[in-house]
Design a protein around this ligand. Structure first.
Ligand code: NDP
Length: 286
């Protein structure tokens, strides 16, 4: 008699080439975990049915990507501590018959950040106020970072994030509406691009930031996973900053999801190699 493997996956829309599938399944194979990860195309109006299906089939959990990260909340039984502040879920986890919503995006970012700096007490400049920015800002604030300056084109969206940080986390936050070329203030310790500027195929797009305001001693991070070496990171590296690419966040949010679903601490290097292979970043074998 054979039994079904542990079932996990993602509910997304228009993400058929989602690199997460290959990355997570590479980790399952590497660790001998008898589990599968399936990417399911789910239109917004079918999200509730998809979640009920996952429950009925006894899935261990699933990731949610755009446009489901906020909408999924009403279909779950509860939220983890930081996802309830962020107000968005990218990872649902079956626990004792309940589906609990977690957010591993910001935690994945912080895991990568901790390899180069402890954000506690550090001042943070954050470009963007969308889903990725919210997750990063809340996790960084809960880890003791601050003050946090949110720089965003849409002042209303930026103000919402600043209000959330000031009211629900210990960090002090302020807003700079992004109307002209931004100069990073001298005292900034950590600078993060959490906008979609630079994402493949728009690889030549540039953030409206004065590159000469990036100074040696700053940590400059980008959420863009593809290509991992963005124009911002190239400019920052040329000026002596420590840089962090978006692959670290992508891989680490996957590591944390796998831990939630299986209890296994997956090897991040195996997962990173798989993504680099998919993005064509590895040298061909000699
Ligand atoms: P959202 O659509 O929620 O937010 C997009 C943000 O980018 C907004 O703040 C928007 O500003 C800003 N933005 C877009 N275009 C410009 C521009 N030309 N100039 C200035 N700001 C701009 O997207 P997400 O937050 O979900 O995703 C953002 C990026 O993060 C994506 O590229 C995604 O691939 C990446 N990501 C990476 C992850 C990883 O693991 N590495 C995980 C999750 C996301 P405004 O509000 O003014 O429109």
């Amino acid at each position: 008699m054979s039994f079904l493997s542990l079932l996990t996956g993602s509910f997304s829309q228009g993400a058929a080439d989602n690199p997460t599938v290959a990355m997570i399944e590479a980790a399952y194979r590497h660790h001998g975990i008898d589990a599968r990860y399936v990417n399911c195309e789910v239109p917004p109006e079918a999200l509730g049915d998809a979640v009920r299906g996952a429950r009925a089939m006894g899935w261990a959990g699933f990731n949610c990507s755009i446009p489901h990260k906020v909408a999924v909340v009403e279909h779950l039984d509860g939220l983890g501590d930081s996802s309830s502040v962020i107000g968005a879920v990218n990872c649902a986890v079956a626990r004792d018959g309940r589906l609990i919503g977690e957010n591993t995006d910001g935690q994945g970012f912080l895991t990568a950040l901790w390899t180069v700096i402890d954000p506690a007490g550090g001042s943070l400049v954050l470009f963007g106020a969308g889903g990725a920015a919210r997750a990063i800002a809340v996790e960084a604030a809960l880890a003791g970072a601050g003050p946090i300056t949110v720089v965003n084109r849409d002042a209303g969206r930026g103000a919402e994030l600043v209000e959330l940080l000031n009211e629900r986390t210990p960090a002090e936050a302020d807003l700079v509406p992004w109307q002209s070329t931004y100069r990073v203030p001298e005292g900034a310790d950590i600078v993060v691009n959490a906008t979609s500027v630079g994402l493949f195929p728009d690889v030549d797009a540039r953030l409206d930031v004065d590159p000469d305001s990036l100074r040696a001693g700053m940590v400059v991070a980008d959420v863009i996973p593809n290509p991992p070496r963005t124009a911002l990171l190239a400019a920052a590296e040329a000026r002596g900053c420590t840089v962090l690419d978006g692959l670290g966040m992508l891989v680490n949010q996957g590591v944390i999801s796998i831990r939630h679903w299986t209890g296994v601490d997956a090897d991040a290097a195996v997962m990173r190699r798989k993504v680099e292979e998919l993005f064509g970043l590895l040298d061909p074998p000699a």
